[in-house]
Unconditional design. Structure first.
Length: 220
């Protein structure tokens, strides 16, 4: 596993940067598994437990869904929000299933299409939306309001319906479908905002109070 370890210059307690052995999480856990020490035993037991739970979820996917619901509850999310998050994820899964079957590669191409849809419906890129909420590595959807989740789902549902009706294949055709689908949700968002007087896309998030980004006061 040594070939998977790289050296990066990291800042130490004295303020200076030193070459430090670094690796990804998967390799780190493999290293821990190989350590012949009682101190590593709790982590080894945890890995075995997580592995067993993952196997159960593969045999019965509803276990994973129930686990996700419980996790969100413990984090303080409301039942309505959790239901909308789950519904939105199902809509998302159906869209990615379509992409997978129509010559879209998972990873970068999924991200490109997702960003197009998001830009079209919200007026912001995914990165721009995360910046607005003060997020870094967090999942954007876990910090969306109920309204943001609904319009995201509408945009992705519309995109899939357009793609299916046009039998979109490959990146270029699916880009056009993403633009059309996003615009459907964009028109609905603008109508909603005009009717209710409420903004859909906001900087609100579910970050712990201690991690809330500082608000910059505007000068008059």
């Amino acid at each position: 596993m040594y070939e998977k370890i790289v050296q990066l210059k990291l800042k130490a307690s004295d303020g200076k940067k030193y070459a430090t052995d670094c690796t990804d999480v998967e390799t780190l856990l493999r290293i821990i598994q190989s350590v012949p020490s009682k101190k590593a035993e709790p982590v080894k037991q945890w890995l075995a437990k997580v592995g067993y739970e993952r196997m159960k979820e593969m045999a019965d996917p509803t276990i994973a869904i129930d686990r996700a619901r419980e996790t969100y509850k413990k984090l303080g999310y409301s039942e309505k929000w959790i239901q909308q998050r789950m519904t939105g994820q199902e809509t998302r899964n159906k869209l990615t299933d379509y992409w997978k079957d129509h010559e879209i590669r998972e990873g970068e191409e999924y991200a490109i299409l997702t960003n197009i849809i998001h830009q079209e419906w919200s007026g912001l890129s995914v990165k721009g939306h995360k910046n607005l909420k003060g997020l870094k590595s967090q999942n954007l959807r876990d910090h969306m309001s109920e309204a943001e989740l609904i319009f995201t789902a509408l945009a992705e549902l519309s995109t899939r319906q357009v793609a299916e009706s046009e039998n979109a294949i490959g990146m270029e055709e699916n880009k056009h479908a993403a633009i059309k689908g996003g615009k459907v949700a964009n028109r609905a968002r603008k109508d909603f905002e005009q009717t209710t007087g409420q903004k859909v896309v906001t900087g609100d998030n579910f970050l712990p109070r201690s991690k809330k980004p500082k608000q910059i006061k505007k000068k008059d």
